[in-house]
Design a protein around this ligand. Structure first.
Ligand code: 5CA
Length: 450
């Protein structure tokens, strides 16, 4: 990709409205543009990251045995009257009327919608268990939308719903999502901690929030320091019993603020980590909370009808873009993990128009692309200082600097964004260094050909 053809409206100044690093850098790097309070357009750089995060979330859902659907953003009010939530949800729900005066709403979540879909098809115990998910825009008319896309009004969520015959089977679905979340966030370079949580308006009696630690987070979290060292399981067989993994993670104390009581906390003060965090996922088991009022039942093996047992499992896909930046940046800009980087490498042409520089850049670009890397070539006429500042701001994991002086000695410079210093290498050594130093994620490789 040539920067001269790309749309990257970077800002040199820090926008006044941005209070936290992720919001500031997303605006400055031309990733998003505000449309109205809490509602944003995604510009090409931001969109690439959003799509890569979505691809990793999708891949882990599929591995866990969930099947993707796509439900509408606009839902009929009757569905929510059936569950009794139409009145309960209050002002956060955006209510609208169509031209016939029918009451509709912009979905803040989809429990009712999926229950209606499954109700139309499920007849007997043979139709469960099932796991269905979608990745869709939601609208919640938050009182205080803030921090850019972190607490937006319109935001992208992955929500998965489980349907089971009994609690034991439903717990297996819950465990699959619990483990899939550990793996999902790890693939994005995040350390997410599962915490016992309050269930809020979604309801239910078993719930965990997945929280990444960051000073700018909205939640206060408390956990035993051992949790920070725990390893995410690899090569999981989702058909096997996952209870031991879940037990291991939940046996160590961790609680979000509303669940933490210093008087009864079992952890010694010296071992207790208390920090702020960002909620990037939330899983709920809620039994028959929706199936009972909405009449979703199946005939059991004994011929008796029984309410389907359900759970729902959310990931804040658009919030994760900000969460990753909060977890990985410095004063100059973003530092993307390889798996979600909008491009893996940025080639800086210090003398665009010079035949040798141009052909070296084109050659490197092609070779990186052959190796599966996404490449952005700065072929603009900007001065060097501005080009370096832009590269640092947009945070590509690697920079390769091509200039006439270096080329005379047969060298280019390579910089790892997270480390900072530049190394002079031959073009072949530079290629080798960058390609071997990049951890390509199969779900995000080749997502943006060209
Ligand atoms: N139906 C359930 C889960 S399927 C549900 O709606 N859960 S939730 O309310 O906890 O939202 C799921 C995730 O969406 C949260 O963990 C959070 O990461 C993200 N999220 C919630 N509200 C917002 C918001 N206003 N802006 C950005 N992300 C949000």
């Amino acid at each position: 990709m040539r920067l001269s053809e790309f749309f990257l409206p970077v800002l040199r100044e820090t926008p006044n409205e941005a209070q936290i690093a992720s919001h500031r850098f997303m605006l400055r790097a031309g990733m998003i543009r505000q449309s109205s309070a809490g509602i944003y357009s995604w510009l090409p750089l931001g969109y690439r990251v959003l799509k890569k995060i979505e691809a990793i979330v999708r891949d882990e859902q599929n591995r866990a045995g969930a099947h993707e659907v796509l439900m509408p953003t606009i839902q009929p009010a009757e569905l929510w009257r059936e569950s009794g939530r139409y009145d309960d949800y209050g002002k956060e729900m955006l209510r609208i009327k169509d031209r016939h005066g029918r009451e509709m709403l912009y979905g803040p979540t989809n429990e009712e919608q999926i229950t209606e879909i499954f109700r139309a098809a499920a007849k007997s115990y043979r139709d469960v268990p099932k796991l269905l998910y979608h990745i869709q825009w939601k609208f919640r008319d938050e009182v205080r939308p803030r921090f850019g896309i972190m607490r937006g009004r319109e935001f992208l969520m992955k929500d998965c719903y489980s349907f089971d015959l009994d609690f034991e089977s439903s717990k297996r679905a819950y465990n699959k999502m619990f483990v899939a979340y550990l793996k999902t966030f790890e693939r994005m370079g995040l350390k997410a901690i599962p915490m016992a949580a309050d269930t809020g308006p979604i309801g239910g009696d078993l719930s965990h929030e997945f929280i990444i630690l960051a000073d700018t987070g909205e939640s206060e979290v408390f956990c035993h320091r051992d949790l920070m060292q725990m390893a995410v399981p690899q090569g999981v067989d989702y058909r096997a019993d996952l209870q031991p993994i879940v037990d291991e993670w939940t046996s160590v104390y961790a609680a979000a603020d509303e669940m933490h009581d210093p008087a009864t906390c079992p952890v010694a003060e010296a071992d207790l980590v208390s920090q702020r965090g960002i909620e990037v996922g939330h899983i709920f088991h809620f039994g028959s909370k929706y199936s009972k009022p909405m009449g979703l039942s199946v005939t059991g093996p004994d011929g008796v009808d029984t309410d389907v047992i359900m759970g729902s499992y959310g990931v804040g896909v658009s919030r994760l873009v900000g969460g990753i930046i909060e977890a990985s940046h410095d004063d100059d800009g973003i530092i993307w993990p390889d798996s979600v980087a909008p491009f893996h490498v940025g080639i800086v042409n210090l003398k665009a128009g010079d035949a040798d520089c141009d052909s070296m850049c084109a050659d490197l670009e092609q070779k990186f692309r052959n190796a599966g890397l996404d490449v952005l070539v700065d072929d603009t006429g900007e001065r060097a200082g501005a080009k370096f500042a832009t590269m640092d701001l947009i945070g590509l994991p690697w920079q390769v600097v091509v200039g006439p002086r270096g080329l005379k000695d047969g060298q280019v410079e390579v910089k790892r964004r997270s480390e900072g210093e530049r190394m002079a290498l031959t073009p072949n050594a530079a290629l080798d260094r960058v390609v071997s130093g990049t951890m390509l994620d199969p779900a995000t490789t080749g997502l943006f050909p060209g």
